[in-house]
Ligand binder design. Structure first.
Ligand code: 6PG
Length: 257
């Protein structure tokens, strides 16, 4: 298990932003572009703000970055609850990234099932793969974790957890509005080359312990579904979220193991 503990949420966001820069550099070097799936949430917002500011923004070749989302809420793209709006305000509007490589999920459409299917098609086209075949690999997948163990919009007990074929599905979240969501599913999440899970705050501590040290029960803790086939998954957490972990699991601040 790879776990890196930062002193607080701000240090965690900065560490995540630095890893984004490094992975962008190596992916562009290896494959000519950097495909990243973003997440919503408060920690990612800070991370995006770091990326949009000097010095980090000048270390990324934004013309070669292609952006997707792990999930989206059923609201228009300028709504305060929109993950796209958040990423745009914090990052995408502030860096020279071409608009046509920003692939947002159209979760506000009344026919969300079709919108989810179309998103799968859009991903397939962007990667030049067959949409009926094996899902492509994002260079970087950013995820968060809710205190109920959800990730993206994969919630405990949901049918979407058992999805084995489709890459994106429409769901209705059990909690806080907006309930309507589109989410990527395990088959594509687990193809990512690099996964970073950002978890901050004491309210996540018990869940983090259960996820990392408890039994494998993805129906109860959906984030346990995320197990990359060939990629690397690193948990970037703050001290508050790590406070209930066994001391042996916790690396020195900033370190990973
Ligand atoms: C969303 C997210 C969701 C999020 C977690 C953690 O759209 O809500 O993608 O899965 O990452 O709920 O969010 P926080 O980091 O804000 O606690």
């Amino acid at each position: 298990m790879n776990l890196s503990v930062s002193v607080d949420a701000d240090a965690l966001a900065r560490a995540a932003a630095e890893q984004f820069v490094e992975l962008a550099r190596s992916s562009i070097l290896a494959r000519g572009r950097f495909t990243v799936a973003l997440s919503g949430g408060s920690t990612p917002r800070r991370m995006y703000q770091y990326l949009a500011a000097t010095p980090l923004r000048d270390r990324v070749d934004w013309s070669r970055v292609e952006v997707f989302w792990g999930d989206e809420r059923g609201v228009p793209p300028d709504h305060p609850d929109s993950n796209f709006a958040m990423a745009s305000a914090a990052l995408l509007d502030r860096v020279p990234i071409p608009g046509h490589v920003v692939h947002r999920m159209l979760a506000e459409l009344p026919d969300r099932a079709t919108a989810a299917r179309d998103y799968q098609l859009e991903i397939a086209r962007a990667f030049g793969v067959d949409e009926g075949g094996q899902p492509p690999s994002f260079d970087l997948l950013l995820l968060g974790m809710g205190s109920d163990g959800h990730t993206a919009s994969l919630f405990p007990g949901f049918e979407a957890l058992r999805e084995g074929r489709r890459w994106a599905v429409s769901v209705d979240a059990p909690q806080r509005p907006p309930a309507a969501r589109i989410t990527l599913t395990a088959p594509i999440l687990n193809r990512a080359r690099e996964i970073r899970v950002l978890v901050a705050g004491a309210d996540k501590a018990a869940t983090l312990r259960a996820v990392l040290e408890g039994p494998h029960e993805p129906e109860r803790r959906p984030i346990q579904l995320v197990r990359p086939e060939n990629g690397r998954m690193i948990w970037l957490v703050d001290q508050a979220a790590a406070s209930e972990l066994q001391p042996a699991a916790v690396a020195p601040a900033g370190g990973a193991r």
